[in-house]
Design a binder for this molecule. Structure first.
Ligand SMILES: [Zn+2]
Length: 132
């Protein structure tokens, strides 16, 4: 299952980051950015995350998912369009095949929200390599 493997990679990435922190902050939330073209189901990811983090240092951490639509650019028409995922990827105007993807392939941790007992919440950006 796609979501299960992605969740494993996500947890490992966050764990590496967390273990490198001298103060072991309390993680409050993970903000992810997921492009529609990755075909990752946010609901499936939420579920896999909840199951896989139970009893770990990430137990109860909120997963905030921002979805990014698939947007392609047609060079002959010089315009952007939104392909219908799984149905039609070519340009609706001229029928040119999709070749230039502007967004929709993102799969990354946008921010990690964490706190220390006595400090306000800082935020950090950690890259989460996708291997799609
Ligand atoms: Zn076109």
């Amino acid at each position: 299952m796609h979501e299960t493997d992605l969740t494993k990679a996500l947890i490992l990435t966050v764990k590496d980051w967390w273990e490198a922190q001298p103060q072991k902050p309390k993680i409050e939330a993970l903000h992810l950015v997921i492009g529609h073209f990755t075909c990752v189901e946010p609901v499936g990811l939420q579920f896999a995350f909840e199951v896989q983090t139970r009893g770990t240092f990430l137990d109860g951490v909120k997963l905030q998912i921002e979805e990014i639509p698939l947007i392609a650019f047609c060079h002959p028409c010089e315009r952007e369009y939104r392909p219908e995922i799984g149905l039609k990827y070519s340009c609706p105007e001229c029928g040119s095949p999709m070749e230039d993807i502007r967004s929709g392939r993102e799969l990354k941790i946008d921010r990690i929200e964490y706190s220390f007992l006595t400090q306000e919440t800082p935020q950090e950006t950690v890259s989460y390599a996708s291997n799609l």
